[in-house]
Design a protein around this ligand. Structure first.
Ligand code: C2E
Ligand code: CA
Ligand code: CA
Length: 415
């Protein structure tokens, strides 16, 4: 059986058949369903890697189907299609993402064969170079992962980090990396964080897990980039010394009173400056307990660490809170960046976030940059840094270092 299996839910058989022909031309097996009940039967029995859903159908609306998919922990790449207009489609995609669903993209009907092909091919190669295929993309459900299993995995050091480069928009020079956790489970394969982070959070395992992640990340950064010292110019050494590593923090970690002492000690052990570490928090996590957050975040800043407000534009915080908390960077959520090419609305949001960040003295990073046009647009807006598949997918530790060496060599040779 191939790992390219597309399950279609569309009440119009003609559309289903058209999609089928296109998908088969790029190597997919296809099953078409006309009704939700049949769709869910196939989902359970067949385990598609990709799903295409019509948003508007007579017996069940597509949004309900998406909610049910989220409830089941579906991890197939989802393509949402409809003739309802791109604003409604974008809204549906956003809501699906907020439910944690991996949305490969939206297709406004009528679509061209190229549009669908592109979505299938692009999402089909997810994590291709990240040092292993994510099993999560084809797994039907993670609802059976238990706390006990997670605790054992932690003890057995089954969690790993992959690193995604982040570059300056103006010249493409490497600014640093974001560390993203993966669970390399002997039983389940390589799992993406959406399969286990929320269980880690609710079970309290997130604290030891975050510490393990921080230990690995700091050690990786501290081990250096193996650039030949004799031929290395001082400007190159300086650049390497300035590289940052961003680490995601859950709200729960903010309640860990010994957290700061722990990170400072790890930095000292690995010979890493505290200013090289950036902690990424989401608006919601930073706002959960504003007083405790303010205390901890201020103390972190005083120790020299940087703080980044992640996924900006998707949370519910007020601007007042953003001003109150000592962030050094604002990260534009990828849902806006990935749609910048075709949505004027997204471009407006990006422009305003970059401007807001700059007016508060923060650096702005856009993540989810997938094409050159978006990168040029970001340059125009004055956005400081970019991260996304266009530059590189998240890479395993060795590949990430090789990427870094290549980038630095190229930038020094003036390319
Ligand atoms: P995030 O912090 O917003 O991380 C960015 C996510 O976007 C990553 O997914 C990354 O692989 C993906 N991404 C980057 N560039 C692109 C792009 O151009 N296009 C698309 N479509 N996606 C892109 P990943 O690794 O699956 O992580 C998902 C989320 O899991 C993260 O979102 C973060 O909230 C959480 N997470 C990851 N690692 C950790 C961790 O160590 N600790 C905690 N607490 N949460 C983590
Ligand atoms: Ca992040
Ligand atoms: Ca983010």
């Amino acid at each position: 059986m191939t790992d390219k299996r597309l399950l279609i839910l569309d009440d119009d058989p003609l559309i289903g058949q058209t999609m089928e022909a296109i998908a088969r031309s790029v190597g997919f097996e296809v099953v078409i369903t006309l009704q939700a009940a049949e769709f869910f039967r196939q989902l359970d029995g067949w385990g598609p890697s990709h799903i295409a859903i019509d948003l508007v159908m007579p017996d069940m609306d597509g949004v309900e189907v998406l909610v049910e998919l989220a409830r089941r922990g579906c991890n197939a790449h989802i393509i949402i299609s409809s003739g309802v207009g791109s604003r409604v489609l974008d809204a549906a995609a956003r809501s699906a993402k907020e439910h944690g669903l991996p949305i490969a993209g939206v297709l406004a009907k009528p679509f061209s064969p190229g549009d669908l092909r592109e979505l299938l091919v692009k999402s089909g190669s997810v994590s291709g170079s990240s040092g292993g295929q994510l099993a999560a993309s084809t797994d039907r459900s993670f609802n059976d992962i238990t706390e006990q299993e997670l605790a054992v995995a932690l003890e057995n050091h089954e969690f790993e980090l992959v690193y995604q480069p982040k570059v300056f928009c103006t010249n493409g020079i490497l600014a640093g990396f974001e560390a993203l956790v993966r669970w390399n489970s002997p039983k389940r394969g390589l799992l993406a964080p959406n399969a286990f982070i929320s269980l880690a959070e609710t079970s309290g395992l997130i604290r030891p897990m975050t510490r393990e992640i921080i230990r690995m990340g700091i050690h990786w950064l501290g081990a250096g980039f193996d650039v030949d010292n004799e031929t290395t110019e001082s400007s190159c050494r300086q650049r390497l010394a300035d590289l940052t590593l961003s680490i995601n923090l859950s709200a729960r970690s903010l309640g860990d009173t010994e957290f700061i002492d722990f990170v400072v000690a790890e930095c000292m052990r690995a010979g890493v400056e505290t200013s090289c570490l950036v902690f990424e928090l989401t608006e919601t996590s930073a706002m959960e307990d504003p007083v405790a957050s303010l205390d901890l975040l201020t103390r972190l800043r005083m120790k020299g660490f940087k703080l980044s407000l992640d996924d900006f534009g998707t949370g519910y915080s007020s601007m007042l809170q953003l001003v109150r908390l000592p962030f050094s960077e604002i990260k534009v959520d990828k849902s806006f960046v990935m749609t910048a090419g075709r949505s004027e609305e997204s471009r407006t949001v990006i422009r305003s976030i970059v401007e807001l960040g700059h007016s508060l003295g923060l650096q702005a990073t856009a993540e989810g940059v997938e094409d050159e046009e978006t990168l040029s647009f970001l340059r125009e807006t004055g956005c400081d840094m970019a991260q996304g598949y266009l530059l590189s997918r998240p890479l395993d530790s060795e590949r990430a270092k090789a990427w870094g060496r290549r980038n630095i060599r190229q930038s020094l040779s003036g390319k």
